[in-house]
Structures are given as structure tokens and as C-alpha cells.
Ligand binder design. Structure first.
Ligand code: SF4
Length: 717
């Protein structure tokens, strides 16, 4: 029996794990009490890691699709086959006929983050899509526009703030979300223990709202007007005090005229929020000693996602919270991905090229997933004919999943790097299953950049991988070396491959640590060896003021009235009247939800996570149920422009009248041919069978999956 320490890489909280291994098998997982970030905290998903490791439904060797079903093949045969088919597609249709779709788990490992940009470049394609454009692209776009890098993402300094306003987010369940803050419940309790307050604005009384000091309902999709009214109050009441930010922020004066139409009274009917509540919240935010506004999906997943999230920045800047302790701060990661990514990839930019069919701008070298099906199904030069899915399940993730499903079936070639045969890669020609995280060395290159405390950690291998298995990095490197060989000849490709294998990951991490801020600027002088001496992780202390030093804009200044935002502002202004009229209608609006024991679409095969309250159901206000003849437990049909699904109703006054709520990531049993048998046995439909790929924020391309207009009726038969 041996005990190992690693961080959990299922979500960005990155909690410390204490893992007991017996005979190369994980037999126990609990929270690592000595982890400086999580201090022993663990959510139920962390414990379920062992289920994933021991899951008999997991693929452990490459398979190829044949007329008789999946056939096991060797790794080299699989790599040759995949490389040949991708190269054939490129030769026939050009580089952009090959698309990549990257699922959320790729951000939790160094391999895909470093190697996928190389693979895209080697294949000569710009067709890159990911789950980011379903829920967070406005945040990346604004970080690029304001700070100069899509990865310079400020987080609320929750450990020191006195007032936290949460808009359209549920950190208690997501354990942060673009905010690495393990045991966020304890951290939020700390705010109250310091005499501070947590206030939540959300169409649902969420788990976070229930534990907050105050919760206010808001009509889905109208956050932009609520936030604009907050700014309007702060400016007109003379509460704006940007403080030190005045030295490096331009365009503050332009905000006043932009928000002038949005008085609390003007937005009250559209948002469903009383004007005096909005006014008081603005005063509370401005008056708190230390404060921050934090927003997530409810703000980003709307047709005004960019403008709404821009207002989050504006509020934090006007009230003097940017880069101040207890406010809206940037982490300084030891592996400085915002800087390294800028120098080594093409992710720094916006609207350098547009999607072929709908002409939507790229953001950080990605196209939005709302147009992925168009790109596959619409004939013409540049039509996508082959796809690489890495840890992704777009059929359950992307709006109008049925159309994506049909599009994937239409491809000439599909390869997937994944543990399971899921609802998307059931159409694959080849599936390449990687080893699980505990079977490989790991180093988190992404989430320290959004952490509420600076820290660094090396993750040693915990169990030996089974013979003849490959990690995700080994899979991607094998494909890359074959594409390189076609591009530059076998000798040069071999030399390049050997150099990569010498560099990755240890040498690269060591170099990055040495040249990073904690290797050069701070007295720690970090190296990989030093970091490895701290098996529980190395705490680098609370966030520090880093601006304007860390700005990556060309003039090291922030332009708050950025032309990309101001150009879209007339659409926001024009939309208020429609939002007000809509608020008077009987139209039901659908919002999403997440459960602490759910992880998007991919942890539903573990039994311990799919019991109790983690079930699929439609939440609905009792008044809305009564007007439709629906009682608790009745079956309802939910319809939108693109389709309909069914769900059992759960009546609750935790929901605003006129709003219904479904979880995402379900529906494994609605499509044939998947390998995760427990997941497929569960009740549930995919909410993305009714979300609409024509609803999106035209600035960032982010899907507008929240505030979806739906009708709800009792199911018959
Ligand atoms: S909150 Fe849960 S899933 Fe997220 S890192 Fe911690 S243990 Fe893992």
C-alpha cells in the first residue's frame, strides 16, 4: 500500500488529493489536508476518480470501426491510419477541411494544451472549435481587448473581499468556474465572518444564493441591462472612484453617455428587478471597503454576452477594484501561460479571419461552435470533411445537438481521443483512448492563471499505466510526427520528434518556471526540482498587484471604451424595448443548471455520482405548473424552435415565474451505440437537442443557450 499526492484535475478548483494505491490499483481517495489551496476539501467527484480508473466501460486500446462493429487495432496501425486519412483529406480539400473540436478536459493536462496548436499548424488548418464558445468566449475576448491576452482573466479576490456580487454564476456547485478557488463554500463563509456580504443575482435561487446574504431574481438574458443600470447609478451618483486604474485606463469618460439610457427605472420591467434594489446594490458595491463583481454563464451565454461581461469589468474598474486586494485581480502563474501562449501560438487576436458560412469572427484562433454544423454540411471550398475530437462530446455540448449529430455522421473521416464511445465519437472511424490522469505525470499549465492565490504544483504519476497504453501527449506526439514527416521528410521529422520528447514535459516546465515571474522577478527562483520538493503544492501567497506591468496591450494601457464594444452598443440600446415587451409576454425562458456531482457530459458513468439529487428534471415555478396542469412528478414536453424533449417536472419556488430549468450533459440513453452503459441507462435527454444554434452573441460568437424561448406542456401517453 502506498500514499500519493496529486491535484484533482476534474475541474479548475484543482483540490489536493491523497490517493491510496494497492497493487497498482487506486483503492482510496480523500482530501489532502496539507494542500495549501484546498486544505483537505474534496467534492464527491474527486472521490469518483477511482471509478473512472477502474471503469470496465473505458476503452483501453485503439479501435477502428468496421461493418461488423468496433475492432481492436495496434497503436502504430491506428496512428498510420489516422495520419493517412487526415493527409488525404488535406490533399483533396485543403488544410481547412480538417477541423478540431476540443472538449473541456483538454485544459486539465499539459499535453493537449501544448501539442494541439502544433498539430493544427502542421495540418495547416484554422478550423478550431471548443466548448469555450458555449460558455466563456466573452471573457476571453474582453481579456484580449482590455488586457492584451485572452488568458489574462481577472478573478475576485474572494479571500480578502468584503462584498461579492455574483451575477449568473453558481460557484458553490461549479467550485469556482474560471476561478480556481477550492472549497469555495468555506471561502464565501469567510467573507461573512469578516463582516462582509455575498449577494447573488440569478433567475434561480441557486445553492450559492441560498447560502448568500441576499438573492435577487432577474429575468434570464437581461443581465446586460441590470449591469448597465448599476454603472449608470455609480456614475450619476458620483460614486465612481477608479483610483490607481486612472493611471493606465483610458475611455472612462465615454461610459457615462453609453449607460445614460439605462436608469434603474428604465430597466426594471425588462429585468424584473425593482429599481430601488438595483440602486441599492450599486451603492453597496461602491461603498464596500473591498468588493468585486463576479459573473459567469448567465451573463456569457446570452445574445449580449460580450457587452454584459464588459460591464462586469466596467463596474470593477469604476469602483476601484481592479488590481486591488479584495477586488478584481490577476494571478501571476509560475508557468506564465498568458505570456508563453502569446509568444508561441496564434491565440492573441480577434477577427483576423472569419468563419466560411456565417462570417463570424474568430476569437483567440477559434471559431464558435454554433457554426460548426454549417461548416461541415455546407458544400463549397473549405468545407470541413474530417474532424479530430479531443476529449469532446459536441452532440451533448453544442446547441442543436441533433444537427451536430447529423453533421458528424456526414464527415469523410472522424478520429477521437477519448475514454469512451460517446454520443459524438460513435460516428468515429478511429478512437484513440488515452491513459487516465493518475497514470501520467501532470503539470497544470492553465488554472494557476485564474487562481485566487498564487501556487504551483507538480503531479507525479500515481499508478503505472497498463502495458500497451498511451497518454494523450503520446498520442498527439505520434500523430504530429507522422504529419511532420509528410510536411518536411522523415529525417527532419524524426529529429523534431526526438527534440520534443526530450523537452516535454519536464524540461519545458523547468524552463518555463525559471524564466517565469517566480523564477526571475520574485525571490523564490523557482525550478522544477524546487517545486517537486513540495508534494502538497507550493503556496506563493495571496494575489499581488501586477498592473500595468502585466498588461499585454501594445501601449500597456487599457482602453475601456474599446471600439469592438462600442460598435455593438447600439444593438444593446435597441434591445431594451424588446426585452421590456418580452417581459410582459407569457413566453417561458429556459435556463441551465449544474450539480455538484456532475461534470458536464462525461462523469455520468460513475454510479456514485448519479444518485440522490443529481437527477435529470425540469424545475418550474408552481404557478407555471398550475397554469399548464402540471403537478410535481408529471412528465412535460419542452419545445423550442429546433426540437422537443421530455422531462419530469419538479415544482419549486426557487425559480422565478416564467422560467424553467434543465441540467446539461444528459441524454446518454437517447442515442444508440455508446459504450458507457450506466450513463445510457439513466433517464434524461440532452438539453442541446432544443438549444438553438442560430442564437448567439455576434461579437464573441458565444452560444446564447440561456434564456431560450420554450413552450412547456403536459406529455400525453
Ligand atoms: S471540486 Fe471536486 S472535481 Fe473539482 S477539483 Fe475539487 S475534488 Fe476535483
Amino acid at each position: 500500500m502506498s500514499v500519493h499526492y496529486r491535484s484533482c484535475n476534474l475541474c479548475e478548483a484543482s483540490c489536493g488529493l491523497e490517493i491510496t494505491v494497492e497493487a497498482n490499483r487506486v483503492v482510496g481517495i480523500r482530501g489532502d489536508r496539507e494542500d495549501p489551496m484546498s486544505q483537505g476539501y474534496l467534492c464527491p467527484k474527486g472521490v469518483a476518480w477511482q471509478d473512472l480508473h477502474n471503469d470496465p466501460d473505458r476503452l483501453r486500446h485503439p479501435v477502428r470501426r468496421t461493418a461488423a462493429g468496433w475492432e481492436r487495432i495496434g497503436w502504430d496501425e491506428a496512428f498510420d491510419l489516422v495520419a493517412d486519412r487526415l493527409l488525404q483529406t488535406r490533399a483533396r480539400h485543403g488544410g481547412d477541411s480538417i477541423a478540431f473540436y476540443l472538449g473541456n478536459p483538454i485544459t486539465h493536462g499539459w499535453g493537449p494544451i501544448i501539442l494541439i496548436p502544433m498539430l493544427l499548424k502542421a495540418l495547416g488548418t484554422r478550423q478550431r472549435y471548443s466548448a469555450a464558445s458555449v460558455d466563456q468566449q466573452p471573457q476571453h475576448l474582453l481579456s484580449y481587448l482590455l488586457f492584451g491576452s485572452p488568458l489574462l482573466l481577472p478573478v475576485p479576490d474572494v479571500d480578502r473581499t468584503d462584498f461579492l456580487l455574483v451575477v449568473g454564476g453558481n460557484p458553490l456547485v461549479s467550485n469556482g468556474s474560471i476561478m480556481t478557488a477550492p472549497n469555495i463554500k468555506r471561502r464565501l463563509e469567510g467573507i461573512r465572518e469578516r463582516g462582509g456580504r455575498v449577494v447573488v443575482v440569478d433567475p434561480r435561487r441557486t445553492e450559492t444564493a441560498r447560502s448568500a446574504d441576499a438573492h435577487h431574481f432577474i429575468r434570464p438574458g437581461t443581465d446586460v441591462y441590470f449591469l448597465a443600470a448599476m454603472v449608470q447609478v455609480i456614475i450619476t451618483e458620483g460614486l465612481a472612484r477608479p483610483g490607481r486604474a486612472r493611471d493606465y485606463v483610458d475611455g472612462i469618460a465615454a461610459i457615462e453617455s453609453m449607460v445614460a439610457p439605462f436608469t434603474p427605472e428604465a430597466v426594471s420591467e425588462a429585468t424584473g428587478m425593482p429599481a430601488d434594489v438595483i440602486r441599492q446594490l450599486a451603492r453597496d458595491l461602491a461603498g464596500a471597503r473591498r468588493a468585486a463583481v463576479y459573473a459567469r454563464l448567465g451573463v456569457c451565454q446570452t445574445v449580449y454576452g460580450t457587452s454584459a461581461y464588459w460591464l462586469v469589468h466596467v463596474l470593477n474598474i469604476l469602483t476601484g477594484r481592479l488590481d486591488e486586494a479584495g477586488g478584481w485581480m490577476l494571478a501571476e502563474p509560475a508557468f506564465d501561460l498568458p505570456v508563453i501562449g502569446a509568444k508561441t501560438t496564434d491565440l492573441i487576436g480577434y477577427d483576423r479571419w472569419r468563419s466560411r458560412v456565417r462570417g463570424i469572427p474568430e476569437v483567440a484562433a477559434e471559431f464558435p461552435t454554433v457554426t460548426l454544423a454549417d461548416e461541415i454540411l455546407t458544400p463549397g471550398p473549405g468545407q470541413v470533411r474530417a474532424m479530430v475530437l479531443v476529449a469532446g462530446n459536441p452532440v451533448l455540448t453544442v446547441p442543436d445537438g441533433r444537427r451536430i449529430d447529423a453533421a458528424l455522421a456526414d464527415l469523410d473521416f472522424l478520429v477521437s481521443v477519448d475514454y469512451y464511445v460517446n454520443e459524438s465519437n460513435r460516428h468515429a472511424d478511429v478512437i484513440l483512448p488515452p491513459t487516465a490522469a493518475l497514470e501520467r505525470e501532470e503539470f497544470d499549465v492553465v488554472f494557476p492563471a485564474v487562481s485566487v492565490r498564487n501556487h504551483v504544483r507538480w503531479g507525479p504519476r500515481v499508478v503505472q499505466p497498463a502495458p500497451d497504453t498511451r497518454s494523450d501527449a503520446e498520442i498527439l506526439m505520434a500523430l504530429l510526427s507522422r504529419i511532420d514527416a509528410a510536411n518536411m521528410g522523415p529525417r527532419r521529422a524524426k529529429a523534431l520528434d526526438q527534440a520534443r520528447r526530450r523537452l516535454l514535459p519536464r524540461r519545458l516546465v523547468d524552463i518555463a518556471l525559471r524564466i517565469g515571474p517566480w523564477g526571475v522577478r520574485h525571490r523564490e527562483r523557482l525550478t522544477l526540482r524546487k517545486v517537486q520538493r513540495f508534494p502538497h503544492g507550493l503556496d506563493l501567497g495571496p494575489l499581488q498587484s501586477v498592473l500595468p506591468r502585466r498588461l499585454m496591450t501594445s501601449d500597456k494601457r487599457i482602453r475601456l471604451d474599446h471600439p469592438v464594444v462600442t460598435a455593438d452598443w447600439p444593438r444593446v440600446v435597441a434591445g431594451l424595448e424588446k426585452a421590456t415587451v418580452d417581459a410582459r409576454s407569457e413566453q417561458m425562458l429556459l435556463i441551465g443548471r449544474r450539480h455538484l456531482r456532475s461534470n458536464n457530459s462525461w462523469m455520468h458513468n460513475t454510479e456514485r455520482l448519479t444518485t440522490g439529487s443529481n437527477t435529470y428534471s425540469l424545475l418550474m415555478h408552481p404557478d407555471d405548473g398550475a397554469s399548464r396542469g402540471l403537478a410535481d412528478g408529471d412528465r412535460a414536453v419542452i419545445s423550442s424552435r429546433v426540437g422537443e424533449i421530455a422531462a419530469d417536472v419538479r415544482l419549486t419556488d426557487d425559480l422565478m415565474p416564467g422560467v424553467v430549468c434543465l441540467p446539461h450533459g444528459w441524454g446518454h440513453g437517447t442515442r444508440d451505440g455508446v459504450s458507457w452503459l450506466h450513463a445510457a441507462s439513466l433517464d434524461g435527454a440532452s438539453v442541446n437537442d432544443i438549444t438553438d444554434d442560430q442564437r448567439y452573441d455576434p461579437v464573441s460568437g458565444n452560444a446564447a443557450v440561456t434564456a431560450l424561448p420554450v413552450t412547456v406542456r403536459a406529455a400525453t401517453g
